[in-house]
Each structure stands twice: as structure tokens, then as C-alpha cells.
Design a binder for this molecule. Structure first.
Ligand SMILES: Nc1nc2c(c(=O)[nH]1)N[C@H]1C(S)=C(S)[C@@H](COP(=O)(O)OP(=O)(O)OC[C@H]3O[C@@H](n4cnc5c(=O)[nH]c(N)nc54)[C@H](O)[C@@H]3O)O[C@H]1N2
Ligand SMILES: Nc1nc2c(c(=O)[nH]1)N[C@H]1C(S)=C(S)[C@@H](COP(=O)(O)OP(=O)(O)OC[C@H]3O[C@@H](n4cnc5c(=O)[nH]c(N)nc54)[C@H](O)[C@@H]3O)O[C@H]1N2
Ligand code: SF4
Ligand SMILES: [Mo]
Length: 914
């Protein structure tokens, strides 16, 4: 701010300069206005001009290629890469996406992390050649080795492990967001009978709660569809930060009249753009959602006809045992997958069409008009409806009664419920954060119930969880080897056992508190895990195998999970050869025995298929892999060749794998991997996927590699066709064509009568427990660790320009009042701790946080922290037993869909000045 003195001096200066100008101009002024003075080149006599060419040269290039990024950003954006002297110099967004009628333009797509990729890829953490550990694990002492040396060691260890300890002791977690790169690991795992963990549950990105309601849970509209909404709930989601290329559709929807609501535990960057911000206490969203459902039901704000046809809410439930009324209740030979409704027209029970056991593959009720409410007699059996049960169980959760738990004022709940009741097109952006809380399972069921009650699921709205990927038959074929299933596991369960997370959780959590709040403690979780495995619900490989050889591609091993060091140390005890394939040295690579340098995004020939837009994006390999890097596909092709070569030389042959009715033919690993050479090259593999997929087909490879993207055809949608002139919306055919859902009841299923759901009092969607964060109460702060604007997880987290936009090192944010109470000042180094670990970070004041929250953004590398600590050093694992259930129609272990999801947000901590 200017001081009064500044003002005077500034005025005086102006007076002086104007005066000077006037007198200087005076003698020649007449001349100046009467005649245009010729301007000569002012730089004519300037001596040194060559430097200017430096800048001009910087903006010249030899060639341009297309690229996208292979990180977990959920997007997919088309970029041009400008190449000079064989080096990718810089990138620029391609703004050539076609526009749909009546929908805002999506050009250009991208984010700041994408914009610095070429700069980042030249930093020293990017790998150049294979490395072998020479010091202790984690000591970061390496020697450069040749590919032949590295691959021979890996191949021999794979063969020895399989021959000496039996198949299934090879572990292959992977997560590159590029089809060929990713499928390389899938295909190899099938051929070797290796263990493939569900990495989506490992990251906490599953939606098992919603999977009990609809199949698949994980699907989205294309994000341009947001524009068609008049009410958008951003719930557990911060799209301004985590959906950067698409967030403009929210603003445009708002400009078009939509209301935006943000429901979050912190006042986040998306809250700022909302018409209503709902500040919910951490981990209590199921209570808030129940209150909304309660208000909708009490006010009869639901669409009865829609519910009767599309949901199980009219299905009959026995009052004596809480089980669905089934055909086998009338006839011992009857099906237990045929269910009934009460037909108000005939006053009798009528079988509901469309269930798993029903021959009628339709939702159409014909002449039957099911009752939604009431109690009836089916012969001797007293029955009521699911809706009746739901109403009764949800009734206690009113806006008033939940206020003490959620911290949300009843007037806000009623206002929101009112908006929901009157909206014409509801969109729920269900954040990935939801199912990372213990209450997320039930909260997910409640959220989809809200959308369903008002009749918008599959019609005028959607609940967007996560993209499912487009249907690409070619991709599936590349990842499949006939008769060779491989071994799927839940990553959380695998890490629970191999990482001995159970012991750590038991030491950290207060079992009495857990039992009082949840009805079960850590011991019960372990007992139920064993029971689930024994019953064959969840795969048991973690209990009978070890990750003797581990090959990780595109995951930040350990850092991404709970209980970092504990997991790492216990896992490494069981792992004799730890191989990491990455384009840079991430935190996980520090603990590798061998690191293999993958081609980076400018060096890849591949495609990305995230279904948040209708476009498949291309990695067009603007440059060939530099140094000794290889694409993931070529790494696995080379490994396959080496295994085959070594096996033949050693006379290994075929190893039977009866546990999975499979075998490993070591003499043919390369031949099988490459389909006898048909897909040995990158281009061959990409063409194989694109040209043998109905939604793409011939010509699309060329189009994608030239333009950077190509649109998918109508058959790409997994639950609905992709329209030519409108955004894609899932599950529309269930409404338009009365197509049954792939659930046990064939409906959007809100009642689960599985024994465990009964035992855990969770047959209907309602809060599972009293709510709130489950970490021990003796630690006063809730740890919130959501995603950052300045990285995609660890992608670009070390990038110099991104660091300049922050403090250049990991920070931890607190409410200023909480800081004052602890004697902590902005910029102080603090220690965050609990009984399971600690980490150090710079304190940063953030008034947008509740006073009991410690906010630390996810994605920093371990080596960026003081003392090599990490934000996941303080967290311990919990398992929601509802996610261990199986043997029940659609509720069963499914990789990428149903198994225990990682719970990151049940940690409490304390903090002190370091
Ligand atoms: N820039 C960027 N974009 C990304 C990513 C990235 O790392 N960086 N990662 C991508 C991936 S893989 C994912 S999974 C997504 C994740 O992105 P989102 O789905 O947006 O999830 P989060 O960032 O975990 O959390 C969203 C918000 O929920 C708040 N929150 C925390 N606890 C609670 C609670 O109890 N109740 C409620 N209602 N809110 C709570 C958080 O503070 C945060 O404001 O982002 C994707 N996009
Ligand atoms: N506390 C806390 N922890 C969390 C979360 C949270 O909210 N809070 N969020 C969780 C979530 S949602 C997620 S998705 C995970 C993310 O966890 P990770 O998936 O482990 O995320 P990244 O750190 O991006 O690690 C991916 C690695 O893959 C490499 N890579 C990228 N593309 C390729 C490729 O094509 N080939 C190969 N070989 N490598 C490649 C990158 O260089 C990077 O090192 O973290 C989880 N952890
Ligand atoms: S990192 Fe993701 S969001 Fe950013 S430009 Fe690349 S593909 Fe787009
Ligand atoms: Mo994620």
C-alpha cells in the first residue's frame, strides 16, 4: 500500500515529468503534428544481435508428434510434442476435438503437469539404463548393468522359483495408464501363473458399496454430460483440483443455470465455486446421506413407478428371518434366485421378472402393479417390502438427530433435500474419497439411493464413480491366454498378510473403541478374513504363496499404501528379487534389486482409453526411446525371450499348475507372449488392439497417431451405446429397453439378505456405525490426505516448475487456531506422529480447515521428506468385512470391482514443533 508520503512524492514526480515533457515538446511541436516523422530502425547500429537467434531457434523444431500421459489422472488429453535434434523440447495442447451440438467445446484439454512433461523428463530422477543394487536395499547405491545381465538374472529367478517352490510365487502389480503397457503385465502374469493384485482396491479406488446396487459400480458419463445437469453434487470430490481438463463443464453448467453443491470435510477449491457448501465432519457422510433420504421419503419425493420397475424396493422380504421371499420358500426344488412382489391388482404374490433365476430377461412388469409398502401374507409366510424396511430403518436419521454427528445444520440438509426433490437432472460426482472411509461402503449405497429415489438413474442423471474404460475386445484378447487364468488377489488382503498389517493395526487401533463403534475389532477383521478365504469368497493366494519374485510396473510401491515402512520391511522379507519398471526412480524403486528403465510418455507407442471422453488418446512416439529405455511392451517381450532362451538351455520344459488347472510352458513363453511373433512389435500390438475392437477398427490407428485422438464407435459403451451426437450416459438401456441389471435381483438392488449383511446390521443402506474417524481418540487430529493440484500422485511432484508453485517441499496444513494452540507458526518444521509412525513437514496455515484436521496432500516422494519419512508412515489398515462377502449372486470377488477397498482416512495423529 502507498503511504501518504508516497502519494505526495508520486504526484510531485508526475508534475515534474509532465512539465518536462511539455517544454521539451514545445519548439518542435508544430512540426511534429504537421508532418509524419520517418522512423528509422532503432536497432540498426546495435552491435550484438546474434543472441536474439537463440530465442528464435528455441521456437523451431525438426518434427512434431502426438502424446498423452500414462499417469493415474483419470483424464487423457491430446498434446503435440515438438522435437529438435532428437530431443522432445516442449509440448502444446491439440485443440482439434469436434464439438457436440448444444454442448460446450472441450478444447483444449490438459493440465499444468502435462504442460511440463518435456521439462520434467529431462530431470535426473528419470532413468536412462538398467540399474542393479550394490548397497543394502534402500541405500540407493546402484551400478549400471546391461539389459542382458538384468534380464538373465530375472529370468533365472522366475524359473528357479517356479520349479523349486511351485507356481504362484511371482507377484506382478502394475498400473500404467496405457493399454499396451498395462496389458503387457497381464499377459505375462497369465503365462507364468503369477499373482495379479487388484490395484484399484490397493489405491482405494473401488466402489464396493455401489457394486452391491448396480454392476458395474465403476462407470461414468463422459464428462461433457455434466453440462446437461441442473443440480450437481460434488461429494467427496474436488474436481477443480482433480478433474482439471473437465472442470470447465461444471462452470458452464452453472452458467447454464445449474446449482453446484460441494459436500466436503474441508472448504476445498471446488467449494468456492458452489452455490451451497455443506461442511460435513470427516467420516460422517453416511449420516448426512441418510438424513437426505429420510427427508425425501417423508415428503414423498420419490417416483413410485420408476422404483417399482427399476429397483428391488417392492421385493418381498420375510418378516420372520429377514430373507427375501424366494421360490424355494414355496417349493423345496425351487430357485433361490427367483423373487416376488405383491401384486395390488390380484392381491397375490407375483414373481418378479429379470432376476438371475428368472427366465424373463426383462424388467417389464406387464399387468402386475407391485406394492411398495405394506405387510402381506404369502401363504403362511408374513412378508413386507424392501421399501417398508428401508423406511423403518432410516427413520431415526433425521436432519435434527444427525446434526450432532455431521455438524451440518438441519436447515442446510432440508435445503439440499429440497433442491434434490425439485431438480430435473441430477448428477452426483461421487469422489474416490468416499470409499477410502469406513463409512463409505454404506454411504455409496445411500448416494445411489438418492439418485434412484427421484428416478434419475439411467434417465436424466448419473452417479459418476470412476471411468470404466471403453469396451475394446482387442485389449481383452491381448490380455487373455486361453485356459491360463493366472491368479487374482485383493491387493489389500495380500498386503495385509505379506505386510503383516494386521499386527500393526492391532497395535495402533483401540480395539475397545472399534468394537464399541463398529461392532467388531481388528481381531474380528482377521477372523472374518480367514473365514472368507476358507469359504472361497476371497482368493487365498496371500495365505499360501509369497511374492518371491515381484515385478512392479507403474506403481509407487509401498508409498501408495498404508503403513509404509511396516509394509515395505515385511514384504521385502518375503521377496527375494524385487524388480521395478518405471521411467524414473520413484520411492518404491529405491527398494528394488533391479530397476528397469521404461520409455517415457514421449517415447511410447501406445493408446490411453479412459472413458471420460469419447476419445481414445495416442502416444505417437514423437521420439524413439532414448538412452537404453524400452517401452513396457518391449521390456516384457525381451523378458519372455530371455525366459524361453534360459529355459531351453536349462531343459526346463512345461511345469504343471494344477491349483488353477493351468501350466507354464517355459520353452514357449516368448512364442505365446508374442502370439508367434504376431504382436512382437509395439505397432503390431497397438494395431492388434485397435483393429480387432468393434468400437475402433481399421483406419483408427492411423487417425489416432496423426490427430492425437480418435472417437470410439457406439459399441464402446459397456452399459449403454455411445450416441453420435450426445454425451455418453451409462445404464440408459435398463430404462429404455427394460434390460435387467446384472445383480441378483436384476434390479438396482438396495437390499442384501446375505448372512453377514444381516449379522453386521447392513441389509439396507444406512450408517454402519456412529460415524467419525476411527483412529484412537487420544490423538486430537484427523489426518486428511487428499489429492494435489501440483502432481498426479508422484507424477510431476519433483518437477521444478511445479515445486516453484508451492513451497518446494512437503507441507502440512492446519487451521491457524490449532496452530496457535500448539505454538506452531507458518513455515515451522513440524513432526506429525502417532504410535505407528511419524513424518516431518513444513507447517502452513489454512483457515479453510476444521480445527481438528491435519491436511497433507498425497503424492510427495519419500525422499522429499526430512529423515526419509512419509505421510503414509502414520496410517494403518482396516478392513470392512462387508467387502469380504462372496457367494451371493453379483456380490463376489471381482478384480476391479468387489473386494476390500483400501481405507486411508481413519487415521488420527498429533503434531508438535520439530
Ligand atoms: N491434480 C490431480 N488430479 C487427480 C489426481 C492427482 O493426484 N492430482 N489423482 C487422480 C486419482 S487416481 C484420484 S483417485 C482422484 C481423487 O480425487 P477426488 O475424487 O477429488 O478425491 P480426494 O482428492 O481424495 O478428496 C476429495 C475431497 O474430499 C474431502 N474429504 C476428506 N474427507 C472427507 C469426508 O469425510 N467427507 C467428505 N464429504 N469429504 C471429505 C477432501 O478433503 C477433498 O477435498 O483424482 C484424480 N485426479
Ligand atoms: N494417504 C493417501 N494415500 C493415497 C491416496 C490418498 O488419497 N491418501 N490416494 C491413493 C490413490 S487414489 C492412488 S490412485 C494411489 C496412487 O498411487 P500410485 O499408482 O502408486 O501412483 P504414482 O505415485 O503415480 O506411481 C505411479 C508410478 O508409475 C510410473 N509410470 C507412469 N506411467 C508408466 C508407464 O507407462 N510404465 C511404467 N512402467 N511406469 C509408469 C510413474 O513414474 C510412477 O512412478 O495412491 C493412493 N494413496
Ligand atoms: S496429466 Fe492427465 S490431465 Fe494432465 S494433461 Fe496429461 S492426460 Fe491431461
Ligand atoms: Mo486413485
Amino acid at each position: 500500500m502507498n503511504s501518504p508520503a508516497d502519494g505526495t512524492s508520486r504526484r510531485r514526480f508526475l508534475q515534474f515529468s509532465l512539465g518536462a515533457l511539455a517544454s521539451a515538446a514545445a519548439p518542435s511541436s508544430l512540426w511534429a503534428f504537421s508532418k509524419i516523422q520517418p522512423i528509422e530502425d532503432p536497432l540498426k547500429d546495435y552491435p550484438y544481435r546474434d543472441w536474439e537467434d537463440l530465442y528464435r531457434n528455441e521456437w523451431t523444431w525438426d518434427s512434431v508428434g502426438v502424446m498423452t500421459h500414462s499417469n493415474g489422472c483419470v483424464a487423457g488429453c491430446a498434446w503435440n510434442v515438438f522435437v529438435k535434434n532428437g530431443i522432445p523440447m516442449r509440448e502444446e495442447q491439440i485443440s482439434a476435438y469436434p464439438q457436440l451440438p448444444g454442448i460446450p467445446d472441450m478444447n483444449p484439454r490438459g493440465c499444468q503437469k502435462g504442460a511440463v512433461y518435456c521439462s520434467w523428463s529431462k530431470q535426473p530422477d528419470h532413468l536412462k539404463w538398467p540399474l542393479k543394487r550394490v548397497g543394502e536395499r534402500g541405500a540407493r547405491q546402484w551400478k549400471r548393468v546391461s539389459w542382458d545381465e538384468a534380464l538373465t538374472e530375472i529370468a533365472d529367478k522366475i524359473i528357479d522359483t517356479t520349479v523349486n517352490r511351485g507356481p504362484g510365487n511371482i507377484y506382478m502389480p502394475k498400473r500404467p495408464f496405457a493399454v499396451i503397457s498395462n496389458t503387457a503385465y497381464t499377459r505375462m502374469a497369465k503365462l507364468l501363473g503369477a499373482i495379479s493384485p487388484d490395484v484399484s482396491s490397493m489405491t482405494g479406488d473401488l466402489y464396493p458399496g455401489i457394486q452391491t446396487v448396480r454392476v458395474p459400480a465403476r462407470t461414468v458419463s463422459t464428462f461433457d454430460d455434466w453440462f446437461t445437469s441442473d443440480l450437481i453434487l460434488m461429494w467427496h470430490k474436488n474436481p477443480i483440483v482433480t478433474r482439471i481438463p473437465d472442470a470447465h463443464f461444471l462452470m458452464e453448467a452453472r452458467y447454464n443455470g445449474a446449482r453446484l453443491v460441494n459436500i466436503s470435510a474441508d472448504y476445498n477449491p471446488s467449494s468456492i465455486h458452489s452455490d451451497l457448501f455443506v461442511p460435513v465432519a470427516s467420516g460422517t457422510d453416511a449420516h448426512l446421506a441418510s438424513a437426505i433420504v429420510n427427508v425425501l421419503i417423508a415428503g414423498k419425493h420419490y417416483k413410485a413407478d420408476y422404483l417399482k420397475e427399476q429397483t428391488d424396493l417392492p421385493f418381498l422380504v420375510r418378516t420372520d428371518n429377514g430373507k427375501f421371499l424366494r421360490e424355494k420358500d414355496f417349493n423345496a426344488e425351487g430357485s433361490d434366485e427367483i423373487f416376488y412382489v405383491w401384486d395390488t391388482k390380484t392381491g397375490k404374490v407375483a414373481p418378479a421378472p429379470g432376476s438371475m433365476g428368472s427366465k424373463d430377461k426383462t424388467l417389464s412388469l406387464g399387468a402386475v402393479d407391485p406394492a411398495l409398502e405394506g405387510t402381506f401374507k404369502a401363504g403362511d409366510i408374513e412378508v413386507t417390502t424392501v421399501f417398508e424396511r428401508l423406511k423403518k430403518e432410516i427413520a431415526p436419521y433425521t436432519p435434527e438427530s444427525t446434526q450432532a454427528t455431521t455438524g451440518v445444520h438441519p436447515s442446510v440438509v432440508r435445503q439440499l433435500a429440497g433442491w434434490i426433490a425439485e431438480c430435473k437432472a441430477l448428477r452426483i460426482l461421487d469422489g474416490y474419497n468416499n470409499q477410502k472411509h469406513m463409512d463409505g461402503f454404506q454411504c455409496g449405497r445411500l448416494k445411489i439411493l438418492i439418485l434412484t429415489l427421484i428416478g434419475h438413474h439411467g434417465t436424466t442423471g448419473s452417479i459418476d464413480t470412476t471411468y470404466e474404460g471403453w469396451k475394446l475386445e482387442g485389449g481383452k484378447a491381448l490380455g487373455t491366454v486361453e485356459g491360463r487364468p493366472g491368479r487374482s488377489v485383493s491387493a489389500v488382503l495380500a498386503q495385509w498378510v505379506w505386510g503383516e498389517q494386521y499386527k500393526r493395526s492391532k497395535a495402533y487401533y483401540d480395539d475397545g473403541q472399534l468394537r464399541a463403534e463398529l461392532g467388531f475389532g481388528v481381531d474380528d477383521m482377521e477372523a472374518m478374513r480367514l473365514e472368507s478365504e476358507a469359504k472361497g469368497w476371497m482368493p487365498k493366494w496371500q495365505s499360501i504363496k509369497n511374492p518371491v519374485v515381484s515385478i512392479t510396473g507403474g506403481i509407487n510401491m509401498f508409498a501408495t499404501s498404508n503403513g509404509y515402512e511396516n509394509l515395505r520391511d515385511n514384504f521385502l522379507k518375503r521377496c527375494e528379487l524385487n524388480v521395478v519398471v518405471d521411467f524414473r526412480l520413484n520411492s518404491g524403486a529405491m527398494y528394488a534389486d533391479i530397476v528397469l528403465p521404461a520409455a517415457g510418455n514421449t517415447e511410447k507407442l501406445d493408446i490411453r482409453e479412459t472413458s471420460v471422453t469419447r476419445f481414445i488418446h495416442a502416444f505417437g512416439q514423437p521420439v524413439k526411446p532414448m538412452y537404453e529405455r524400452k517401452t513396457d511392451w518391449q521390456i516384457l517381450v525381451a523378458l519372455a525371450a530371455k525366459i524361453q532362451e534360459r529355459a531351453k538351455a536349462r531343459g526346463i520344459g512345461r511345469v504343471e499348475d494344477p491349483e488353477i488347472k493351468s501350466f507354464i510352458d517355459f520353452d514357449k513363453v516368448y512364442d505365446e507372449f508374442t502370439m508367434d511373433g504376431k504382436v512382437a512389435g509395439d505397432e503390431q500390438a497397438v494395431r492388434f488392439v485397435m483393429e480387432s475392437s468393434k468400437a475402433l477398427g481399421p483406419g483408427t490407428y492411423e487417425e489416432a497417431m496423426t490427430k492425437g485422438f480418435v472417437a470410439v464407435g457406439p459399441s464402446a459403451g459397456k452399459t449403454a451405446p455411445v450416441p453420435k451426437d450426445k454425451p455418453y450416459r451409462p445404464f440408459t438401456v435398463n430404462v429404455t429397453d427394460k434390460k435387467p441389471y446384472a445383480t441378483l435381483t436384476g434390479r438396482l438392488q438396495f437390499y442384501v439378505d446375505h448372512d453377514w449383511f444381516q449379522r453386521l446390521d447392513a441389509t439396507v443402506p444406512k450408517p454402519q456405525y456412529r460415524g467419525g474417524v476411527l483412529g484412537p481418540k487420544k490423538y486430537p487430529f484427523v489426518r486428511n490426505s487428499p489429492h494435489t493440484r501440483w502432481g498426479i500422485h508422484s507424477f510431476a511432484r519433483t518437477e521444478q516448475w511445479m515445486l516453484r508453485h508451492q513451497r518446494g517441499e512437503p507441507d502440512v496444513r492446519m487451521n491457524p487456531k490449532a496452530m496457535a494452540a500448539k505454538g506452531i507458526k507458518d513455515g515451522d518444521m513440524v513432526r506429525i506422529f502417532n504410535s505407528s509412525g511419524e513424518f516431518f513437514a513444513m507447517a502452513k496455515a489454512m483457515p479453510a480447515l476444521p480445527e481438528n484436521m491435519l491436511f497433507t496432500e498425497h503424492g510427495w516422494e519419500q525422499y522429499q521428506y526430512k529423515n526419509m519419512t512419509h505421510y503414509n508412515s502414520v496410517s494403518s489398515e482396516l478392513i470392512n468385512p462387508l467387502e469380504l462377502v462372496g457367494g451371493y449372486g453379483h456380490i463376489k470377488f471381482t478384480s476391479g470391482a468387489f473386494n476390500p477397498n483400501r481405507i486411508f482416512y481413519e487415521t488420527t495423529v498429533d503434531v508438535e514443533k520439530a
